[in-house]
Design a protein around this ligand. Sequence first.
Ligand code: NAD
Ligand code: TYD
Length: 356
Amino acid sequence: MKSIIITGGAGFIGSHVVRLFVNKYPEYRIINVDKLTYAGNLANLKDIEDKPNYRFVKADICDFDTIYALMQEEHVDGVIHLAAESHVDRSIKDPFTFARTNVMGTLSMLQAAKLYWETLPEKYEGKRFYHISTDEVYGALRLDHPEELFTETTKYQPHSPYSASKASSDHFVRAFHDTYGMPTIVTNCSNNYGPYQFPEKLIPLFINNIRHRKPLPVYGKGENVRDWLFVEDHARAIDLIFHKGKVAETYNIGGFNEWKNIDIIKVVINTVDRLLGRKEGEDMDLITFVTDRAGHDLRYAIDSRKLKTELGWEPSLQFEEGIERTVRWYLDNQEWMDNITSGEYEKYYESMYSNR
Ligand code: NAD
Ligand code: TYD
């Protein structure tokens, strides 16, 4: 019997991790701790919410007393920590919230786990604190050096308030291992795509805008490169690393799947058009080049060979299949999208867009 807290389980990646663990490990107790910020949505977990091995707790990870009490109550032996503020554009407008949640929130989770585990006779034996991070902590790669990839030893060089806050949280996690002997693991993953992603991120935002024939705001010239991984492949990697990864190690997770923004946008337009029965490419004129994002990292690309060599993980989906499944999911789940994009969020998005 394992009792595991998954933080941020009502968000995009967290909901896939919760679903995987709840379904795959009926003998585990999975406690989803989420504050339900604008990005948290319990509709992402409708299919598993009644499972007997699942519990949802609405709480802020910065609320140390609540987290510590929950660890005691649930006899927690594992933490998979995903809760975070995750959108770069928001971090540029409101960096404080990112420092609070990503840095202080992670510290609060670490300290609660430390103090609880240190009260147990077995202490850290059989325990695990697994922190989910991003490749953005490594900064940016050069466009004209395709051979360069982020490895686990690449120097941290974050540029946005989001990546700076994630880098800081990674350092705290490693410090808890080095100082107190806490069994920690950190993974740094590339851009995820797939169902249940909040529609402020490139792919779901653009799918929805194409559907409604709204402009597609492409930052700068659309030449920035991202390395895209299907979210269920990330969740599988998290499962493998949580169970088999070596304590104190870092693993990079990525799809060896680099795309220039403008190219991936064209694939998305063609796919949406085809699936909606429109002429493929007829919505290309929605592409609207807008002012570039401040400090916009040129290129991210992950070398995930360590994960493959040591633990045998590989992405399972070809990108063509992943993007087809993703577009189809958003088109089939218009109600999910409408519930988010109507009301308050629509006003927020319109104000972000008109300020550009
Ligand atoms: P998301 O924004 O979709 O979800 C974040 C979740 O955290 C939401 O459910 C939100 O309610 C919750 N949350 C936020 N602040 C909280 C707080 N103070 N207390 C409790 N819960 C809180 O994010 P995501 O895209 O699913 O990313 C999850 C994690 O994976 C993050 O740590 C992110 O840095 C990391 N990551 C994301 C990507 C990506 O492409 N999306 C890639 C690599 C790493
Ligand atoms: P995003 O999904 O925000 O992820 P990240 O910034 O973490 O990589 O953006 C992916 C890429 O798409 C990034 O280079 C910024 C760009 N982008 C646009 O050009 N227009 C948009 O409206 C958004 C949201 C992103």
